[in-house]
Design a protein around this ligand. Structure first.
Ligand code: MN
Length: 306
């Protein structure tokens, strides 16, 4: 689903209105674009294929096509759960293995908008080192935690996050779909706040731009399509050494706890009665990283890159 950017779609449903923009670019050094993405309410996701010889493109394409088959995509209903997503991702994993002999794989990162008891949430999912960030109430936070060798080194205190950005093995992922032993996604469930801006991107963006640079663009370019375009152009100007894919999703008219759209910040979640709201069930799945590097290396170092 390597589509060209379209005009900015906009949808409205009770409880939330979304507007979003997206784009992908082959970059300046790669012959192929092996990233794929889906940006269709309520599913926003980026898959970064790896494996070389066009197999990466096959893997990432199969992954987003599996997500596109989720029935809620046709109906627009916000009833997807992590269990449903996991089911489709297992199917994607299986079909990629069958199609490529487990020699190709793909990352997957993104957010699905879901509703629980009438309140909207971002259901964030991640396998690998594509990323989902959220700019919310003035704070810019990376939601997903990379499944990568360098993230493990950072977690172990052996290198700093800054050193990770230039580490020679920064492209090696420890989880992927379609290859390796570690295929399970991490999930996070976060209440949608008024004015939230979610960014989903492949490592072709984050490999070129610092988080500060990304935040500067996200906080100064209002229109989501223009923001996505500006991010891609900035990554190209910074070298464009990898395929770059970006989705920017804005949430407006968010229903608050009282059932009325508001522009005020939500009240402190600590004061909410834990028995009465789904927030208490929020699957803040403690992301676990660990395990072995996905066996997507076939002896060619360039295939570590994706
Ligand atoms: Mn990549």
């Amino acid at each position: 689903m390597n589509q060209q950017p379209a005009s900015v779609p906009s949808t409205f449903q009770p409880g939330l209105s979304l507007s979003y923009g997206y784009g992908t670019d082959r970059g300046l050094r790669r012959e192929l674009n092996e990233d794929s993405y889906i940006a269709s309410d309520p599913v926003f996701a980026v898959a970064d294929g790896m494996g070389g010889h066009e197999a990466g493109e096959v893997a990432s394409g199969m992954c987003v096509r599996a997500l596109a088959a989720i029935p809620q995509l046709a109906t627009g209903e916000r009833t997807v759960t992590a269990a449903v997503l996991q089911q489709y991702l297992v199917q994607a994993d299986t079909s990629i293995r069958e199609a490529t002999g487990a020699r190709a794989g793909t990352t997957l990162a993104g957010a699905v908008v879901v509703e629980q008891m009438g309140m909207p949430y971002w259901l964030v999912m991640n396998i690998g080192d594509s990323r989902t960030y959220r700019l919310s109430q003035g704070r810019f936070v990376q939601i997903s935690v990379d499944h990568s060798e360098v993230q493990e080194l950072v977690d172990a205190g052996e290198i700093t996050a800054e050193q990770a950005t230039v580490h020679p093995r920064r492209h090696v992922v420890t989880r992927a779909l379609g290859t390796g032993d570690e295929t399970e996604a991490d999930y996070w469930l976060l209440p949608v706040e008024e004015g939230d801006r979610v960014l989903v991107c492949s490592d072709g963006l984050t490999g070129e731009l610092t988080d500060e640079h990304i935040l500067r663009i996200l906080s100064t370019v209002g229109d989501p399509q223009e923001a996505a375009d500006a991010l891609i152009q900035a990554a190209l100007r910074s070298g464009g050494s990898d395929n770059i894919t970006v989705i920017v999703v804005d949430a407006r008219n968010v229903l608050n706890d009282a059932g009325a759209a508001t522009t005020a910040p939500r009240r402190d979640p600590d004061v909410v009665d834990e028995d009465t709201l789904p927030r208490s069930q929020a699957a803040q799945a403690a992301p676990q990283h660990g395990g072995e590097a996905a066996a997507h290396q076939d002896g060619e170092p360039s295939d570590d890159r994706h």
